[in-house]
Design a protein around this ligand. Structure first.
Ligand SMILES: Nc1ncnc2c1ncn2[C@@H]1O[C@H](COP(=O)(O)OP(=O)(O)OP(=O)(O)O)[C@@H](O)[C@H]1O
Ligand SMILES: [Mg+2]
Length: 232
């Protein structure tokens, strides 16, 4: 049920428990495609699963296996901007990875241009609008040229024009060869961007299937109801 081709990420019996709460429960899957959307209702465990994959949380049980190590970056739903200019925010990540000052400036400037915001270079990032900050965060991640990019609700709270722009950026990042794992509540967006869907409910994996199959022939009743309710 995992699509074709060699996988690049594998979860084996992954669980995360906090007190009595089972946030992620016994998730086993292999990710082999280039663009994966994690879907499910509020509280399903999507963000938590993403954080586990990106090594920001330690699982209570199970394993995360990378057949070959891949460089990673993550963009959060509400990006955290440093109290500095947009350019400096992007340069910061590059500095941490050991790039020279000249390289930092070059790459950060290019990344800001690629997200369509060159004019914001010297603006204080925290004063930029939510949509602009989201794009600066994407530029910050993109500048690192990660092999895998985790995106948590990349267009939540953005207007339609900003959402389209962010989708364009995500497509471009993917086209350059970066593997994408993203969560979204926007089913149209999942259809447009993803090749594969991972469907979670109550911390459990209910389906992993191609995007076409998920929307046309969901296997579980839960997924069928979810699609019907979300589409309205
Ligand atoms: N540290 C924690 N301690 C206890 N419960 C937690 C903790 N972190 C998350 N949870 C709970 O785990 C569940 C899953 O949270 P998560 O944020 O992963 O869901 P989600 O699928 O991303 O939801 P949404 O669609 O609202 O973003 C929620 O019920 C949340 O309240
Ligand atoms: Mg979430």
């Amino acid at each position: 049920m995992n699509g074709n081709g060699a996988h690049w990420l594998e979860l084996r019996g992954l669980s995360l428990t906090e007190g009595d709460v089972r946030i992620v429960e016994d998730v086993t899957l292999k990710v082999s495609r280039g663009r994966t959307a994690i879907l499910g209702p509020n509280g399903a465990g999507k963000s938590t699963l993403l954080r586990l994959m990106h090594d920001l949380l330690r699982p209570s049980a199970g394993e995360i296996l990378w057949p070959q190590p891949l460089t990673q970056a993550m963009v959060f739903q509400r990006p955290i901007m440093l109290r500095a200019t947009a350019l400096a925010n992007i340069e910061y990540g590059l500095r941490l990875r050991g790039h020279s000052a000249v390289e930092q400036r070059e790459r950060a400037t290019a990344a800001l241009a690629r997200v369509g915001l060159p004019e914001l270079a010297l603006r204080q990032a925290r004063r930029c609008s939510g949509g602009e900050q989201q794009r600066i965060a994407l530029a910050r991640a993109w500048a690192l040229e990660p092999q895998v990019l985790f995106l948590d609700e990349p267009t939540a709270s953005l207007d339609p024009a900003s959402s389209r722009e962010v989708e364009r950026i995500i497509r471009e990042i993917a086209a350059a060869g970066t593997k994408i794992v993203m969560t979204t509540h926007n089913l149209g967006q999942a259809r447009r961007l993803a090749e594969e869907v991972v469907y979670l409910e109550g911390g459990r994996l209910l389906e992993q299937t191609s995007v076409t199959e998920f929307f046309h022939q969901p296997r579980t009743l839960a997924a069928r109801d979810f699609i019907r309710e979300e589409v309205g």
